[in-house]
Structures are given as structure tokens and as C-alpha cells.
Design a protein around this ligand. Structure first.
Ligand SMILES: Cc1cc2nc3c(=O)[nH]c(=O)nc-3n(C[C@H](O)[C@H](O)[C@H](O)COP(=O)(O)O)c2cc1C
Length: 150
């Protein structure tokens, strides 16, 4: 007997900008946490990302550090380009490293929400994430994964 199993695993797509790798460290840990829960992941620097990367996503995590009270222009441009993609009903996370203010993650959250994405709480880590902060990022990845597992 041949058994064919159809259907794909739930998928989390993580796209981030970073200047000095702190937000990238967060992104890697979010991916680790999601993989521990057995979901498929795609992880890309925004410079290599394309809006079509989000097509098959059940959850999307978008990250940017806070520079000059704003998200990185590359991340802003990527988000602006998503207007014609169907994102409503997907689960979302805004994350990023910061020094003293939260405009980047707030901006990501607002934009994704305007596209109908169901956002979980923003994940802000001050400067370089240490072991404890990386664990918090892993947990956020696991939470996203749990929300999209059938
Ligand atoms: C030129 C410059 C401007 C910054 N502006 C802000 C800011 O407006 N608000 C803030 O919270 N942090 C600010 N920071 C701190 C960064 O958000 C922080 O260093 C962060 O860890 C960078 O993340 P990354 O390594 O992913 O690029 C600034 C840092 C630099 C170098």
C-alpha cells in the first residue's frame, strides 16, 4: 500500500533589517524557537527578501532596529510594498533591537495591522541580546509557531 500525505507544514517567514547584527541575532533566535515547535521557517535579511516570500506564510515576523526614531528605510520600503499581498488573517510579530525608544517596532506593528495581520505583542530587546534575551526571542518564535500549528 502506498500512502501519500498531502498538505504542507505551517510556515513562519522572518524578514529583518540590521545595522550591527543585534536584530539579526534576535531573528536567528526567533527561528530557532519556531523550529523547535516543528514549523517550517524562512529567514531573510530584508536586502535579499521579496514580497513573494510572504505568499505561503502562515505567520510573519518583521524586524528592524530603531535608528533615528524610526525603522530602517529598507524595512519601511519592504512594508510599503506589501499593500497588494493578501496578509489578512496571518499571525504577525514586530521585533527589533533598540537603544532608548520603540518607534521601529511600533511602526512595523501599525503597518502590518493595517494589512489585517493579527499581531502578537512586540518584541523589543535593548542593544545586544544576551543569553536571557535570546531565550525570550526563542519563546516568541515558539509562540508564533504554536499559533499556526493546526
Ligand atoms: C546613528 C544611530 C541612531 C540611533 N537612533 C536610535 C533611536 O532613535 N532610538 C533608539 O532606541 N535607539 C537608537 N539607536 C540605537 C540602536 O537602535 C541600537 O544600537 C540597536 O541595537 C541597533 O540594532 P542592530 O544591531 O540590529 O542594527 C541608534 C544607534 C545609532 C548608531
Amino acid at each position: 500500500m502506498i500512502i501519500i500525505i498531502c498538505g504542507s507544514m505551517p510556515k513562519l517567514v522572518i524578514i529583518y533589517g540590521t545595522g550591527s547584527h543585534n536584530t539579526e541575532r534576535m531573528a536567528n533566535a526567533i527561528e530557532e524557537g519556531a523550529r523547535e515547535e516543528g514549523v517550517e521557517t524562512v529567514l531573510k535579511n530584508v536586502n535579499e527578501a521579496n514580497k513573494n516570500d510572504l505568499n505561503e506564510a502562515d505567520a510573519i515576523a518583521i524586524g528592524s532596529p530603531n535608528y533615528n526614531h524610526a525603522m530602517m528605510p529598507t524595512v519601511q520600503k519592504f512594508l510599503n510594498g506589501l499593500a497588494d499581498i493578501e496578509l489578512a488573517g496571518k499571525v504577525g510579530l514586530a521585533f527589533g533591537s533598540y537603544g532608548w525608544s520603540f518607534e521601529a517596532t511600533q511602526g512595523i506593528n501599525n503597518k502590518l495591522k493595517s494589512y489585517g495581520v493579527e499581531m502578537i505583542n512586540d518584541l523589543n530587546i535593548k542593544r545586544m541580546p544576551g543569553d536571557e534575551e535570546l531565550e525570550i526571542c526563542r519563546r516568541a518564535g515558539s509562540l508564533l509557531a504554536c499559533k499556526i500549528k493546526k
